[in-house]
Design a binder for this molecule. Structure first.
Ligand code: NAP
Length: 480
């Protein structure tokens, strides 16, 4: 297990020798100590990325793509080891961790290919003696700040395209899950990615962040995390007018119409709500179910929720692991308590779950009915295994409720009516719509939000715009 930081191709500790502990959220067991770095180490990492940039951007797209593709292969080769590490520091069930490693590698594979297609353009000029060219060039040194809920995929979704476009990076992973990031850093060396192209710094977020956002060598911030921290970073990034990619919080509505395939809708709700114990940015936060199908849907959902197995991610058959930390459990408890006080009925769960030998950080898969719009869980991300259900009468009502949010990341709808599919998909003010599909995220499609869910898109051909500058060359041609 790699526990040091990666700066300029060397594995190093903090200047002060200080460390912080990484613990298993399922058991509170100590997993490792990693460096507690600050501004000085971050400045050196930026310097290394700046120094490495010239040679890296000069390589051909095919050469860079080859290294990125190799990194993907190594992640797949080490899938079992990386998944085990992830489950220990993050808590998600091993099967989900394996899935995340494959998903993380898919962003690298996609970006490795897409880098070969960074085409320019020739624009017809208004004068015979001019040629107008457009070329795409790498942005430069990129700061990458990532969350704990997908400790590998949120890195590779940025790292793959950044490297393929010819950028170099400094990564700051979440304090809860630094080991998955450091493991990727190790594989970067094996993949032949030159020293200084990828740097990883762990430690005090505000200190590392302040250096990343004020150092003039950094040209871009790519952030995934909460809207609250995202706004703070955007304010700080303003001083250097940094380019921004912001993947922020979500509050996904999940709408089930009377004409839906109920079985598919229940399966979809289960998949999107309880994956990663409800700790995903695109997980359903509000289930709106039309009156005609309400009783059947809620009955089947209650049955499915009651069958979920809660436990340590390493235990066989576990589907819901622990929440990431104590604050996360307290937030889920507060949301459920608020909903109950305001009249919601608990159809299943509703409190912490006891797991033998486990920490006090598990929450029962929970189903709430009688939910109303003013409850906290109708407006804020719960980030836990709680499914609040609300009955609606008309399509317009469900759309209005769905759009009544500051967030706009993902939304879901289940219906068999093709015309309604289009109407609803167009009316939802969200960056991603899962239409009869609860798992829309994939490497070749654009991922990102509107409103306070963010700026920019990751995935697909679209992500390449985030790591390239558009340069225009107006060329005078004599004798033409
Ligand atoms: P967070 O608290 O915003 O933290 C995200 C990252 O920012 C972490 O690395 C964190 O470091 C760092 N950070 C915090 N304060 C900072 C500062 N002052 N300067 C620089 N960095 C700072 O979010 P989280 O709790 O890790 O993740 C959950 C959130 O991410 C949810 O809101 C979820 O919806 C969102 N998310 C969005 C997407 C998407 O694609 N839109 C995907 C996944 C998650 P520490 O961990 O060390 O504090």
């Amino acid at each position: 297990m790699q526990t040091q930081n990666l700066i300029g191709g060397r594995w190093v500790g903090a200047d002060s020798g200080a460390t912080f502990a990484v613990t298993d959220p399922a058991t509170d067991e100590h997993v490792a100590d990693v460096p507690k770095c600050g501004r000085a180490e971050t400045a050196r990492a930026i310097g290394a990325a700046q120094e490495a940039w010239g040679a890296w951007r000069s390589k051909t797209a095919a050469e860079r793509g080859e290294a990125v593709r190799k990194l993907a292969e190594l992640m797949v080769r080490d899938q079992e080891r990386l998944a085990g590490l992830m489950t220990r520091e993050q808590g998600k069930p091993l099967a989900e961790a394996r899935g995340e490693i494959a998903y993380a590698a898919s962003f690298l594979t996609w970006a490795a290919e897409e880098g070969r297609r960074l085409y320019g353009e020739m624009i017809p000029a208004s004068f015979a003696n001019k040629r107008l060219l457009v070329m795409r060039q790498p942005v430069g040194v990129c700061a990458i700040i990532t969350p704990w809920n997908f400790p590998s995929a949120m890195i590779t979704r940025k790292l793959g395209p950044a490297l393929s476009c010819g950028c170099t990076v400094v990564i700051k992973p979440a304090e809860d899950t630094p080991l998955s990031a450091l493991a990727i850093g190790e594989l970067c060396g094996e993949a032949g990615i030159p020293a200084g192209v990828v740097n990883i710094v762990t430690g005090t977020p505000a200190e590392i962040g302040d250096e990343l956002l004020s150092n003039p060598a950094v040209r871009k911030l790519s952030f995934t995390g909460s809207t609250q921290v995202g706004k703070l970073l955007m304010r700080k990034a303003a001083d250097n007018v940094l380019r921004l990619s912001m993947e922020l919080g979500g509050h996904a509505p999940f709408i089930v119409f009377d004409d839906a395939d109920v079985e598919a809708a229940v399966a979809g709700a289960m998949a999107t709500k309880f994956r990663n114990a409800g700790q995903t940015c695109i997980c359903a936060n509000r289930l709106y179910v039309q009156a005609g199908i309400y009783d059947e849907f809620v009955g089947r959902l209650t049955e499915a929720v009651s069958c979920l197995k809660v436990g340590r991610g390493t235990d066989e058959g576990v589907q819901v692991g622990p929440l990431i930390n104590d604050a996360a459990v307290e937030k889920v408890e507060a949301h459920v308590a608020d909903a109950r006080e305001r009249g919601a009925d608990v159809l299943f769960g509703g409190q912490r779950a006891h797991v033998a030998g486990g920490a006090d950080r598990f929450f029962q898969p929970t189903l709430l009915a009688g939910v109303t719009g003013e409850m906290r869980l109708s407006r804020e991300e719960t980030f836990g295994p709680v499914a609040p259900v609300r009955r609606f009468m008309e399509e317009a009502e469900a759309i209005a409720w769905a759009n009544d949010s500051d967030f706009g990341l993902a939304a879901y709808a289940y219906t068999r009516d093709a015309s309604r599919c289009f109407r609803v998909a167009e009316a939802l003010e969200y960056g991603i719509v899962g239409m009869n599909d609860a798992a829309p995220s994939t490497a070749q499609a654009p991922f990102g939000g509107v409103k306070q869910s963010g700026i920019g898109r990751e995935g697909g051909k679209y992500v390449m715009d985030e790591y390239t500058e558009t340069k225009y060359v107006s060329w005078g041609v004599s004798g033409a």
